[in-house]
Ligand binder design. Sequence first.
Ligand SMILES: [Zn+2]
Length: 447
Amino acid sequence: MKSGKRNRRFRRIGVALTAWLMVGAGFAHGEDVSLIYAGTLLAVPGEAPLTQQTIIIENDRIRGVRAGYMNAEAVLGPDDHLAAIYDLKDQWVLPGLIDGHVHLTSENNPQGRLQTVQLSDPDRAILAAFYAQKTLMAGFTSVRDVGARGGDAIFALRDGINRGYVPGPRIFAAGSTISITGGHADGTQGYRDDIAEVLHSSGVCNGADDCRKAVREQVRRGADQIKITATGGVLSNTAAGLGKQFSDEELAAIIDAAHAMGRKVTAHAHGVDGINAALKAGIDSIEHGTYLDRASIRLFKRTGAYLVPTILAGVTVTEWANDPNSFLTPPQRAKAKIVGPRMLEMARLAHEGGVKIAFGTDSGVSAHGDNAREFGLLVEAGMTPMEAIKAATVDGADNLGQSANLGTIEVGKKADIVAVKENPLQNIDALLSVSFVMKDGTMFKQE
Ligand SMILES: [Zn+2]
């Protein structure tokens, strides 16, 4: 009773103090304004670069972009406060990069299967914070996390980053992946029954009604979008092939339930039966797309769905499959040998066919922070460097439904800005060494 009263009194004092400080801050500072002098600016990747530009940043958003290097006095209003000037006159400046396919709460390693039963959810959250920081420092200011272990760890990390408690990219989280029992994202394969029961995921469902519920359950938990495994996959410990796993009825129910609650749905899919079934059911994007064919390409173009090719994942599992000492289990190795080498050719086919491509790496299969390796692979698959950059900015934002906030350096957008010291349009691997990172108007890296 006594301590309750005391707490209430402290709370009242706290509220009064906060209000006073906020009013005080308003009078003293006006808006925080920063300037970036950009030698070469890819404000809207896909359009011609501009030279010698000033980017004006107000708090967390872009107030404007002006030709020439403007003096602070010329652009600041009477109440504005100059927070910083960043001199990137000798650099190539572009929008913050967007990776549409990561798994921040894990990274494949020989201890992975043991860690599944050893790491607590808080362990996963701390691990994910470590990987998130690496990702941000590599220039990726937004990511879509498409399936996370560790309970609510990914949501806690997303919210903590948004509040500024820990550094990391803006996260769009799917929560648990929707999968059939024994399917690719039912992570219990190969564990004894009582352990499997403990590891059971809220994303595992069977039948249309159950799958609607699994989708709604992810939305209830805080999911920004829904991820499903439409087909088998390489790194699940089961010899269940790479073909279609959900029935057409289940696919329709999942997509309907997600769209009704304003969530996009993306599908992990290797086998062409699963790719085409998901596209016909109205899926918003396909991850991997390994065995897509001409009919898939027609469906992609008809529905406007994005493909996220994740070639880096293919390259990574191929390396493991060819290493006799790697930690892959026999079913994993057999599938990796088939899928890995196929992905570069698949991306070439899709690009030539005019499929919309968004950048994604499947980091967590490959190492977090190596995300930019995908750029070189996209160029190997036939994209120009500009197209590859557009896939990770303009198109990456569109794939997330975030074009109003992300993907370009234009008035009103979030101030997510990166820079490199070499021309990425001549050497795409320049993006492997990002020298400047700003997210939400806050500078995290300057070299
Ligand atoms: Zn993945």
